[in-house]
Design a protein around this ligand. Structure first.
Ligand code: NAP
Length: 313
């Protein structure tokens, strides 16, 4: 069984920043990359608001730089997903795939959040066959096709704008008239000739064909939530941009979360209710959720862990 002073679970900006600080403090550090190495930025295109990159940088490239920087100072990174933890004993226990067990004096949770689902009729059937939560990953497959983006936040605007490079038309379906998106992103989408909007509307059903096991989305049934009117619209692809759910399920037996599952941290710190376990990034931040704020909280978590270790272990 391998033992580390600091085990970091998650590989987004929060996890890697925690790793950079932890290994530069000469703490024996392991980072588990999880199911989506590089976190949400690894499925993003252009990042324009991360300081230090005046011309912008591609999300995957930025995450590769984070990884290299952490490894340079000695962080061990593993392409493993932590499936189970026991925070009731010290050192803490963590289990990856195939029951591979690790122990750690302190743990930094940086597991981020995952794309939400609509759970509409036909969603499971056409997931991956017309429905996607990642335009960057799948937009390429929709050249000259008719696609939809669900949501009214910055992600919806970003996904829609990205999809205009491929699709013949992009319709943003949003369940109300007001938008969460920042004004600049909304304006860009509104002014784009390929993008139009279907407001006060929700998708009720995904419809399509299935031949010899090959499924193909062909249309969606959409309901206007104000009038109750329904219509069936031709659709080749639907991209979800309806927010995220924090990846905190495995910690819930030990770690306090709010009603939405976000880990509760104490004051300005990264302390959770379990001494020696810290949380940073989107798994504990439902407000700011930016790469740079996640990175900042990763720094806080590593400093908290270092101080806690020097006093308690
Ligand atoms: P978000 O701001 O929470 O927006 C989610 C959208 O999905 C909302 O419009 C919401 O509608 C809608 N929605 C949620 N559940 C739904 C459901 N079941 N059915 C239909 N619609 C549903 O999430 P986000 O757009 O992913 O953005 C998250 C954070 O990342 C934000 O802080 C954002 O600014 C940031 N971000 C920044 C950039 C950038 O600057 N380049 C890009 C992407 C994201 P309601 O409004 O009605 O609740």
């Amino acid at each position: 069984m391998e033992h580390y002073q600091v085990a970091i679970i998650g590989s987004g900006p929060a996890g890697f920043t925690a790793a950079i600080y932890s290994s530069r403090a000469l703490l024996n550090t392991i980072l588990f990359e999880g199911m989506q190495p590089g976190g949400q930025l690894s499925i993003t295109t252009e990042v324009e608001n991360f300081p230090g990159f005046p011309e912008g940088i591609q999300g995957p490239e930025l995450m590769e730089l984070f990884r290299k920087q952490a490894q340079r100072f000695g962080t061990e990174t593993r392409f493993e997903t932590i499936r189970k933890v026991d925070f009731s004993v010290r050192p803490f226990h963590l289990w990856a795939e195939e029951d591979k067990e690790y122990t750690a004096d302190s743990v930094i949770i940086a597991t981020g959040a995952s794309a939400r689902r609509l759970h509409a009729k036909g969603e499971d059937k056409f997931w991956g066959f017309g429905i996607s939560a990642c335009a960057t990953c799948d937009g390429f497959f929709y050249k000259n096709q008719k696609v939809y983006v669900v949501g009214g936040g910055d992600s919806a605007m970003e996904e829609a704008l990205y999809l205009t490079h491929f699709a013949s038309s992009v319709t943003i379906i949003h369940r109300r008239k007001e938008f969460r998106a920042s004004k600049i992103m909304l304006k860009r989408a509104q002014e784009h000739p390929k993008i139009d909007f279907l407001l006060d509307s929700v998708i009720e059903e995904f419809l399509g064909t299935e031949k010899m096991g090959i499924r193909k989305l062909t249309s969606i049934r959409v309901r206007n939530v104000v009038t109750g009117e329904e219509q069936i619209l031709p659709a080749d692809g639907v991209f979800y941009a309806i927010g995220h759910t924090p990846n905190t399920e495995i910690f819930k037996p030990f770690i306090e979360t709010d009603s939405n599952g976000y880990i509760i941290t104490k004051g300005k710190s990264s302390y959770t209710n379990v001494p020696g376990v810290f949380a940073c990034g989107d798994c504990q931040d439902s407000t700011y959720r930016q790469a740079v704020s996640a990175a900042g909280s990763g720094c806080i978590a590593a400093i908290d862990a270092e101080r806690w270790l020097s006093e308690n272990v």
